[in-house]
Design a protein around this ligand. Structure first.
Ligand code: ATP
Length: 238
């Protein structure tokens, strides 16, 4: 197979004495949606943050387009084509929707005009709410804004941290549909972490299971979904 766009090789990361990642290897190829599932505290958010350089990998290697980014500063990693949409509530609450989006482009050093149109086409709701403060948006709208802000940086790899967290099922479905559209229409490569294993694995080409800092299973999304141990652990046995 061709060189992966993103490769984590035996990555370890810690917070003081807490070892959150214990030798994790994950590969994402261009054009893929890859989902990482795991319980609370498994290390999912840490894995995304480590890709962005904070916390730094203590050992192991992270390659993007074959280039070693393990020790690069976060801003250099972002400018290199990786953007992270954090959990929805981490937008700037006092800034308007428009200001939040423009900031996403400015961080990456782009003129925002073209990208605004793109984001408003994907999420018309954000256009309607353009002058509203971020903190007054609904949970689903905040999630759209978090994704929109990340897209403003024109990433080639989008990292998503629990895009369905706290959302009503219908709204979560809309968010997943938008991710699929970005992938299918624009070829955007996506790595997402989720506790909502069912929808996330349906969406994904491939998935990984993270258990207390270690990958225990990997495979095509739908294949993982059909495995009894996954159904028992992450889908309430249904
Ligand atoms: P959740 O689904 O609950 O968000 P997660 O899989 O994303 O969980 P992480 O947030 O990556 O898990 O946490 C992995 C481990 O690292 C946990 O044991 C957590 O307590 C610990 N941890 C995370 N952030 C810090 C921090 N800033 N300082 C110390 N320990 C941390």
């Amino acid at each position: 197979m061709s060189q992966p766009m993103l490769a984590l090789e035996e990555v370890c990361a810690s917070y003081g004495a807490v070892q959150a990642l214990k030798g994790v290897s994950v590969h994402v190829h261009a054009g893929e949606i890859v989902t990482l599932i795991g319980a609370n505290g498994a290390g999912k958010s840490t894995l995304l943050m480590t890709i962005c350089g904070d916390p730094r990998a203590r050992s192991g290697q992270i390659l993007f387009d074959g280039q070693d980014i393990t020790r690069q500063p976060t801003h250099a990693i972002m400018r290199g084509g990786i953007a992270q949409a954090p959990e929805g509530r981490r937008i700037f609450p006092r800034m308007t929707v428009m200001e939040n989006l423009i900031m996403g482009a400015e961080i990456a050093g782009h003129d925002p005009a073209r990208d605004l149109e793109h984001v408003f086409t994907l999420f018309p709701r954000l256009k309607e709410r353009a002058t509203q403060r971020g903190g007054t948006l609904s949970g689903g709208e905040q999630q759209m804004l978090a994704i929109g802000r990340a897209l403003m940086a024109r990433p080639r790899l989008l990292l998503l941290d629990e895009p369905s967290l706290g959302l009503a099922p219908l709204i979560a479905k809309q968010i997943f549909a938008a991710i699929r559209e970005l992938n299918e229409r624009e070829g955007l490569t996506v790595l997402l972490v989720e506790q909502n294993a069912n929808q996330a694995l349906r969406l994904a080409h491939r998935g990984y299971v993270l258990v207390t800092g270690r990958i225990t299973l990997e495979g095509p999304g739908r294949e993982l979904l059909s495995r009894p141990e996954i159904r028992a652990a992450y889908l309430g046995g249904h």
